[in-house]
Ligand binder design. Structure first.
Ligand code: AMP
Length: 186
């Protein structure tokens, strides 16, 4: 396996979710990335959607870089078989390293950690602190309420429509992959 020229950063759950479709979508994404020589940067965990995504990418011969804070490493939460594991001092450094190493940022189903990472990616894009595309995979309608909330924020005039549009929503893995392959990140 060679170091990838292009990489995407994925934010996703440390838990698997209640239905197999969440892990299945993550595995399909990992496989598609690997098949196109696109590397994965993620939180470095071995469990849940994170573990499924990393395992599928590695199994298909892809490059997987994990970025994990020392405290989580000490609790043995890190994936043991990654192409590279970058250990950082804290969560802020982790997010910075994850985003810096990728040309696009992707949210998959997850909990508060995922929401926080995705939210920062969006708010920093809104401030022009980065210009990386931000994609959301809305598997099984998991993020419907978040999407509605953002629409409500526009209606209430707390969010500008052009900033709402920073989040590009996909229902299917294939259409997300096609956008990544055809996008200007490659
Ligand atoms: P959550 O969505 O709350 O499960 O949190 C997942 C996100 O937070 C991931 O994108 C990771 O960057 C980070 N994270 C939370 N828990 C862990 C863990 N056990 N191992 C590695 N990263 C984690």
């Amino acid at each position: 396996m060679h170091a990838s020229r292009s990489r995407v950063c994925v934010y996703c759950g440390s838990r698997s979710g209640a239905q197999p479709i969440y892990e299945e979508a993550a595995r399909a994404l990992g496989c598609g990335l690997a098949n196109h020589g696109i590397g994965l940067v993620y939180g470095g965990g071995a469990t849940g959607i994170m573990g499924a995504l990393a395992d599928a990418t590695l199994a298909a011969g892809g490059e997987v870089i994990g970025v994990i804070p020392r405290a989580l490493l000490a609790r043995e939460l890190a994936h043991k078989r990654l192409s590279e594991l970058i250990v950082v001092d804290d969560m802020a450094q982790r997010k910075a390293q994850m985003a810096t190493r990728a040309q696009a940022l992707i949210g998959l189903p997850g909990g508060l950690g995922t929401l926080e990472e995705l939210s920062e990616a969006l708010s920093w894009a809104q401030l022009n602190l980065h210009h990386k595309p931000i994609y959301l995979l809305n598997t099984n309608g998991y993020f419907d309420a978040l999407i509605s909330f953002l629409q409500q924020a526009v209606t209430a005039d707390f969010l500008q429509p052009e900033h709402q549009a920073l989040l590009r929503v996909f229902t299917e893995v294939d259409s997300l992959l096609t956008t990544i392959y055809e996008g200007d990140i490659i």
